[in-house]
Ligand binder design. Structure first.
Ligand SMILES: Cc1ncc(COP(=O)(O)O)c(C=O)c1O
Length: 391
């Protein structure tokens, strides 16, 4: 075992089952290990490296701001924080933005917004939020409670109260849960990521909007993984032609530095007052400068590129020998092997120089950089096809 692997196994808490690989360098969609072996990365740091590793445009935006001022605290105004908020609101129809450092924190803030709205408009006991079975909303005790996967809950009881889970795409079950509980909101991932790379149906997402309107509930879209251009729209919910009341994002918009963003729509734009929420690093100017640069590059040309690459991947894999199903949207794709474990297929890919991820439901998960060159993507997909095909 190399020094790094030894040190890591000895001193880093064992919360991750790591692949046996130490990454020492990354450039575009290529990563390099300690022996100089090159890998095509079809996971992009779990949907983070939106424009690949060490993207020069993002790096310049961040380093220019580092040279000017790296951190001030939220007691003072900074340009990148305000400008990113303006750009996000103008492009999404949301009205205000809260900054933090991760997807889980962004969801915590969304939950606080919905609960405060429920308490102020309906009563203190209207705090329940309906989320979906197989959802994933984060690792804090509250976002774990929101996460509709029981295996994450064991051994961490008691979790935060006030979450019920219903099956994805089951409108009747959702209406029943809203009727039977004193609710303040419904939270969904339009394309479930960790839970199995499953796009919700249009009928269901539009029903979520209707049920929220009929019951004065806050509709929250968790766009931590499916947002920021990944599905071929800036935010995945645009594919469903509804506007939520709250949207959360993280991962890709930061492009490699930690950020969490809770976007507040009209209904909750003024829900928070000084002291209601806060974060030491939230809105950090260097991180926001990089995020603004990323956001400005998610334009129609890039989104069309995402759709073209998506069509190519679906075309190559759907119905292929060794593939049971292909799911997802845009460059967020789940591939279910016919007769092998997704983890075994991922290992074969890695041995052959391609990094892929896995997800629930025995899926190989693909989340390549949005700007991955077509020839590099094709090479990566050929390796994946080899790993999936049956003799
Ligand atoms: C949909 C979704 N929500 C929330 C999270 C949590 O984000 P973070 O790990 O940044 O806290 C994730 C992470 O994978 C996610 O995919």
């Amino acid at each position: 075992m190399s020094d790094v692997k030894n040190l890591d196994s000895t001193y880093v808490a064992s919360t991750y089952a790591r692949f046996p690989l130490t990454i020492v360098k990354g450039e575009g969609s290529y990563a390099y290990d300690e022996n100089g072996k090159q890998y095509i990365d079809l996971g992009s740091g779990i949907a983070v490296n939106l424009f690949g590793y060490s993207d020069p445009v993002w790096k310049k935006a961040v380093t220019d701001q580092l040279d000017a001022v790296a951190h001030t605290s939220n007691l003072y105004y900074t340009g990148p924080c305000a400008k990113l908020a303006e750009a996000l609101c103008k492009r999404t129809g949301m009205k205000k933005v809260f900054y933090c450092n991760s997807g889980a924190e962004a969801n915590e803030c969304a939950i606080k917004a919905a609960r405060k709205y429920g308490a102020e408009h309906k009563g203190a006991d209207y705090y329940t939020i309906v989320t979906l079975v197989n959802s994933f909303h984060g690792r804090t005790l509250t976002t774990l409670a929101a996460t509709g996967q029981d295996h994450f809950h064991e051994l961490f009881q008691p979790l935060t109260q006030g979450f019920v889970h219903t099956e994805a795409d089951d409108i009747d079950a959702l209406e029943k849960a809203v009727k039977e509980n004193r609710c303040c909101g419904i939270m969904i991932e339009c394309v479930q990521g960790e839970g199995g790379v499953k796009a919700l149906s249009k009928e269901f997402v539009q029903a979520v909007r209707r049920i929220c309107d009929e019951n004065d509930l806050i509709m929250i879209c968790d766009e931590v993984q499916c947002g920021n251009g990944r599905t071929g729209k800036l935010y995945a919910v645009e594919n469903y032609e509804v506007l939520p009341d709250v949207m959360t994002t993280a991962k890709g918009i930061g492009g490699g530095l930690p950020i969490g963003i809770t976007m507040l729509g009209e209904k909750v734009s003024d829900i928070f007052h000084p002291g209601d929420n806060g974060s030491t690093f939230g809105g950090n100017p260097a991180v926001c400068a990089g995020a603004l640069s990323n956001l400005n590059r998610i334009d129609e040309d890039l989104l069309n590129e995402v759709k073209e690459k998506s069509e190519y991947i679906f075309h190559e894999l759907e119905g292929m020998n060794g593939v049971k199903s292909v799911s997802g949207m845009g460059l967020m794709i789940g591939v279910e092997p016919m007769n092998q474990k997704a983890g075994d297929a991922a290992k074969k890919c890695l041995d052959n120089g391609v990094m892929v991820l896995t997800a629930g439901g025995n899926k190989v998960r693909l989340l390549p950089a949005l700007n991955i060159p077509m020839d590099v993507l094709k090479q990566g997909i050929e390796v994946l096809k080899d790993a999936l095909k049956e003799e």
